[in-house]
Design a protein around this ligand. Structure first.
Ligand code: HEM
Length: 432
């Protein structure tokens, strides 16, 4: 392994910026005969890839960050016997995460001399690609099988509930739960995977991977990306640039324990979509199911994507234009006593399996294991995801195409200040 850890050394980003500068300065002969437009596009792409998202700050990255193209989500089981071993790992994780987000090698584990190596080196020629790493604490950090393994049970926040079992859930343990979560998001899938791989190395004998899920997302920018159903997904999210809305919907304030101030609760649901079945449905039926127009993303009865949905609109026969069981009607704040969440979902594609469908026409055979890694953030899951999904789980027309096979809830603490480690308030003596 050739990667050397050196604080003063150049970051991958610096190297790539200088390299692209040289290329431009030299008249870019290597580009050959290309149009001005594609040169501009290539430069814009390089600029995006070169961007590094700051790791330190009042909130963790990867929550309000405009969605990167790829994610690699990992849940870990703690195997540490001492609380001190977890603290040591979280220190290593924090330091490594800051380096990785800056485009540097993950580095050694100064707090654990048994962990060898500094970085696998496979992304040394790649840009930071807006990498963010978001850490979460699952219920198992506090109590596991009724045992307070690390003396933290009394510090578990009331909002970190055990998620209820919802009608239709077909959960498998290998895709559910976990004591800790690490979500890496980046515009390059290798950069995202690399981040989790390095943190798994540093976890050493304190934590082991329980499940992972890779995901992808259409290009961001101004356009809303589409999910695998072909619909724009994220249109009616609260605006991440509206600080008041984020304080109201996403960030924990003074109401939670101190270690959660500035943090948020993450619900992840691995939702397999019966694409073979969906693809046989008429577009009009798909639109009724979702409650939006497929091409434009406009609400039914509206014209443009960002038109306000009018759920009270009736057609000439007096029937609701947006069906009673349409996804967006059941999910809307207006029908849920104002409950709102911030969705940050990724599509996933895990090949094909022999599958027996649960809904007519009860298709059996090789089917894609692909769908949506539904992820949402909120200040309290009891008044966010759980409140909204309880009714949807029973009545949503989308359910006949969706099977949830994985589910977990994690408390993502507030952001990290330089010199501190993620979740430090939780572990410190006397922390509430
Ligand atoms: C496979 C699963 C899912 C798919 C394919 C899906 C797809 C969509 C689409 C296409 C929209 C309309 C565009 C938009 O506003 O973003 C939407 C809206 C929404 N979805 Fe989902 N969704 C899924 C699961 C969920 C789950 C589990 C929840 C949990 C509560 C949820 C909550 C919402 C909310 C709150 C809205 C906005 C409703 C509004 O106010 O207009 N979705 N979803």
């Amino acid at each position: 392994m050739s990667t050397k850890l050196d604080d003063s050394g150049p970051s991958r980003r610096g190297f790539l910026s200088r390299a692209s500068g040289l290329l431009i300065a030299s008249g870019a002969p290597a580009l050959g005969v290309v149009s001005g437009a594609s040169v501009t596009a290539a430069r814009a792409e390089t600029a995006i890839a070169n961007q590094a998202d700051p790791f330190f700050g009042p909130h963790q990255g990867g929550i309000l960050t405009p969605a990167q193209r790829h994610t690699y989500f990992a849940a870990f089981d703690l195997v540490a016997t001492q609380r001190a071993d977890i603290v040591r790992m979280l220190r290593s994780w924090t330091e490594a995460a800051a380096r990785l987000c800056a485009g540097q090698p993950a580095g050694p584990a100064p707090h654990h001399t048994d962990i060898l190596g500094t970085d696998a080196g496979d992304v040394q020629d790649l840009a930071p690609a807006r990498l963010t790493i978001t850490f979460g604490f699952g219920p198992g950090l506090f109590t596991k099988d009724g045992v307070d393994r690390y003396g933290l049970a009394a510090r578990r926040s009331a909002a970190l509930v055990d998620l209820p079992h919802f009608p239709g859930d077909q959960l498998v343990a290998e895709k559910s739960d976990g004591d800790l979560s690490v979500q890496a998001c980046a515009d390059d899938p290798q950069v995202a995977f690399h981040a989790v791989r390095e943190l798994a190395r540093l976890a050493y004998d304190a934590a082991q991977i329980r499940w992972v899920q890779a995901g992808f997302c259409g290009p961001g920018g101004k356009a809303t990306p589409r999910n695998l159903m072909g619909f724009k997904d994220g249109t009616n999210n609260p605006s991440t640039t509206d600080a008041a809305a984020m304080n109201q919907v996403v960030w924990v304030g003074q109401e939670g324990p101190r270690w959660m101030a500035g943090g948020s609760y993450l619900v992840v649901r691995r939702s397999r979509i019966a694409l073979e079945h969906w693809d046989r449905m008429k577009i009009a039926f798909q639109e009724q199911t979702v409650g939006r127009q497929k091409h434009s993303g406009a609400p039914l009865g509206g014209h443009h994507e960002h038109d306000q949905p009018n759920l009270d609109l009736n057609d000439a026969d007096g029937n609701p234009v947006t069906p009673e069981n349409a996804h967006v009607r059941l999910a809307a704040a207006a029908t849920n006593d104002g409950a709102r969440i911030l969705r940050r979902a990724y599509s996933y594609n895990d090949g094909a399996n022999l599958t027996a469908e649960r809904w007519p026409p009860w298709r059996q055979g090789m089917e894609f294991d692909a769908g949506l890694l539904f992820i949402c953030y909120q200040k309290d899951p009891r008044t966010g995801f759980i409140k909204i999904f309880e009714r949807m789980a029973k009545f949503d027309m989308l359910n006949q195409f969706v099977t949830v096979t994985g589910s977990a809830l994690f408390a993502c603490p507030g952001g990290v200040a330089k010199g501190r480690y993620i979740g430090q308030d939780l572990f410190e003596e006397g922390a509430a």
